[in-house]
Design a protein around this ligand. Structure first.
Ligand code: ZN
Length: 248
């Protein structure tokens, strides 16, 4: 109950929903397009709109005890039973989708080259960050990684969401790399599959083609210790495919 619609369709910008519970901590809906923060991807923001003209600003969302909790600006929350339209701040979400997919591409590039070495990642409004455990990490290497990322962007590879059983997942040795962060109680595994390039178990939202990521540029590189390097990426303006997704 209350599972996010973004799990199967990241391009849904709004949905009709009924308020299940509301209180000072926020609102639970029977259905939602809002992504709760997690996996390095920030939560969505947006609005709840009622037919009588009232509306509530959603400042963020989080995983709560009863599903996805929508945090609202202070004021009288909508009453349980009320039907609302849950509407995303789509430019913000779409930016998160592009940056998130960029991190998958970088992860695939690094995996192909080094076999491992990624320790974390984070998405921001205007950039994304990845952390590495690689002994040698020079500006030259960072530039090469970004050039390889742009080659993947230009190939316009389809990005699929797939669900497989945990048993199927664990019986395939090629998934060993992605099993690391898997929750022990999960029965079904959600996979993000960049066709022919990279597969990861993941709960976030992504674009449907690597081309929508657009041109990737290298940002700052930080040396946080012998085995802790940090790289920032920025993305160019949305491509034509991205622009149509934005307006569509
Ligand atoms: Zn992801």
């Amino acid at each position: 109950m209350g599972e996010g619609l973004y799990l199967t369709d990241a391009y849904l910008k709004e949905c009709r929903a009924q308020v299940r519970r509301s209180g000072s901590d926020g609102v639970y809906l029977d259905s939602t397009v809002f992504y709760p923060a997690g996996g390095g991807q920030p939560s969505d923001s947006g609005e709840l709109r009622a037919a009588d003209g009232r509306h509530w600003v959603v400042t963020g969302a989080a995983k709560g005890a009863e599903g996805i909790l929508h945090n609202l600006e202070s004021g009288e929350p909508p009453e349980p039973g009320l039907t609302v339209q849950a509407v995303l701040d789509w430019p913000r979400r779409y930016s998160n989708m592009r940056h998130h997919t960029a991190l998958h591409i970088l992860s695939g590039v690094v995996f192909r080259r080094f076999g491992s070495g990624i320790t974390g990642g984070q998405i921001y409004a205007d950039r994304a960050r990845m952390d590495f455990d690689l002994p040698e990490f020079t500006p030259g290497l960072a530039s090469e990684l970004v050039a390889e990322m742009n080659a993947v962007v230009r190939r316009a590879l389809p990005v699929h969401v797939r669900f497989i059983s945990r048993r199927e997942f664990e019986s395939d040795p090629s998934f060993v790399r992605v099993a690391r962060n898997l929750m022990p109680e999960v029965e079904e595994v959600r996979l993000i599959d960049i066709e022919g390039f990279d597969v990861q178990a993941d709960g976030g939202t992504h674009v449907r083609s690597t081309s929508e990521v657009g041109e990737v540029a290298l940002g700052r590189i930080e040396n946080k210790g012998a085995r802790n390097k940090r790289l920032y990426l920025t993305l160019g303006p949305p491509t034509e495919a991205a622009s149509s997704a934005l307006s569509g």
